[in-house]
Design a protein. Structure first.
Length: 140
């Protein structure tokens, strides 16, 4: 079922002067169950090497934690009725895909190759709660 307005064909046309409203992606958020913070820090901080950033005081009571990812942020947010995202996912560009895979495998994180995107090498894995993650590197 489409949300109101999205099924209207006129909504797909560019409106003059409106193409500069969205500047960039600021952050992405992945859902996780209550009590996820230690596992998030171990996986995203320890294993993937992302630097944790402090959440604003006004948001700390919601749980979860935030990480820097290049110029962007990755937020792990607590969802009461949590279900892992099996299709929707972030794609994280990496500098050494083979090294990352070796590290994930050494920590019992299964990976699944996918060679369907031309010009890249990539694989999929899951975070501690089953959210799908894509890791990719440009072919050399």
């Amino acid at each position: 079922m489409a949300r109101r307005g999205y099924s209207n064909p006129s909504c797909t046309k560019l409106v003059p002067g409106m193409n500069d409203l969205i500047l960039r992606i600021d952050h992405i958020q992945l859902a996780a169950p209550k009590g996820c913070e230690d596992a998030a820090r171990a996986f995203y901080g320890g294993l993937l090497g992302l630097r944790e950033i402090e959440k604003p005081e006004s948001l700390r009571g919601r749980g979860g934690c935030w990480f820097a990812c290049g110029d962007h942020q990755l937020h792990i947010g607590v969802e009461a009725e949590f279900r892992p995202a099996k299709k929707a996912h972030p794609a994280l560009a990496v500098g050494n895909l083979a090294k990352l895979r070796k590290s994930l495998t050494a920590h019992s994180v299964p990976t699944m190759d996918d060679n369907s995107l031309p010009g890249t090498q990539r694989f999929f894995a899951e975070d501690p709660w089953g959210n799908r993650l894509e890791f990719l590197e440009a072919k050399r």
